[in-house]
Ligand binder design. Structure first.
Ligand code: DGL
Length: 267
């Protein structure tokens, strides 16, 4: 098979990375996509660096068995904890999650930007470091969200429990007077309306999924790897546990008949 005809591999700790898949499907409709959600070990947000490196290596090995031509990390936590370690270990190009700083900086008139992300992502300061490289006058207000990804993964997309968690996570950020916020975890766009209900019109939200999809497109183009097939690409979803639950959540973003679902065993 020609390299360009191979699928794109995408992964996350669970369903969050489907927000990236959604953008990839719109931008690159002719690409086949194999997605791995590690639902068995979700959430990743409080795991150790060693665990996250091990999980990422196992997922890369799995995606290699599916003959992917590119592996996109649709997970900020794995990007923050494992990308730098594993990037030199494989001949397949790897793409980490974009930070969204450039986009947010273009929107923020106060130059004060919030980042909502998992504790691991915040502890690694990947957004703050990128902001410092881009523009030293940018102020990044980092907000670790301890429970959000786990709640979303359980399908808790509305109601009191998720509202209480988002209320607690947005309160300090609103107090800091930000006018722009980045979803630094791919799960959070699932509950953007809840975030918006607490932040009103005062905060513009940036989802770096779109930028990540644009980078994937640019990378494939540069390497002559864009799929030239005429029909729309397939989407295979693999979950390491509870594939049915993953499929249910997927239908919040994707047409039910646009993907297939299977359980995957990692080794
Ligand atoms: N969706 C992931 C991220 O972007 C991981 C969330 C989690 O499992 O804690 O960081």
């Amino acid at each position: 098979m020609a390299d360009s005809a191979r699928p794109i591999g995408v992964f996350d700790s669970g369903v969050g990375g489907l927000t990236v898949v959604n953008k990839l499907r719109h931008l690159l409709p002719h690409e086949d996509i194999v997605y791995l959600g590690d639902t068995k070990r979700n959430p990743y947000g409080a795991r150790t660096k060693e665990e996250l490196i091990r999980f990422t290596r196992e997922i890369i090995a799995f995606l290699k068995t599916r003959h992917v031509k590119l592996i996109a990390f649709a997970c900020n936590t794995a990007t923050a904890a494992a990308y730098d370690t594993v990037v030199g270990e494989t001949d397949i190009p790897l793409l980490g999650m974009c930070r969204g700083i450039k986009t947010a900086a273009g929107i923020s008139s106060e130059k004060r930007i919030a980042v909502f992300a998992t504790p691991v992502t915040i502890a690694n300061h990947i957004h703050r470091n990128e902001a410092a490289r881009l523009d030293k006058t940018l102020e990044i207000v980092e907000q670790p969200c301890a429970t959000l990804a786990g709640l979303i993964e359980r399908g808790c997309l509305e109601g009191e429990e998720i509202r209480a968690a988002v209320a607690a996570d947005t309160a300090p950020v609103l107090k800091a007077g930000v006018d722009t916020a980045i979803f630094g975890c791919t799960h959070y766009p699932f509950v953007q309306p809840v975030f918006e209900s607490f932040c009103g019109d005062s905060v513009v939200f940036v989802d770096p999924a779109h930028e990540t999809a644009l980078q994937a497109s640019a990378l494939l183009k540069k390497r002559g790897l864009l799929n030239e097939q005429k029909q729309n690409g397939y989407l295979q979803l693999f979950f390491t546990a509870e594939a049915g639950r993953g499929a249910d959540l997927a239908t919040h973003l994707l047409e039910p008949d646009s993907f297939t679902v299977r359980e995957a065993l990692l080794s």
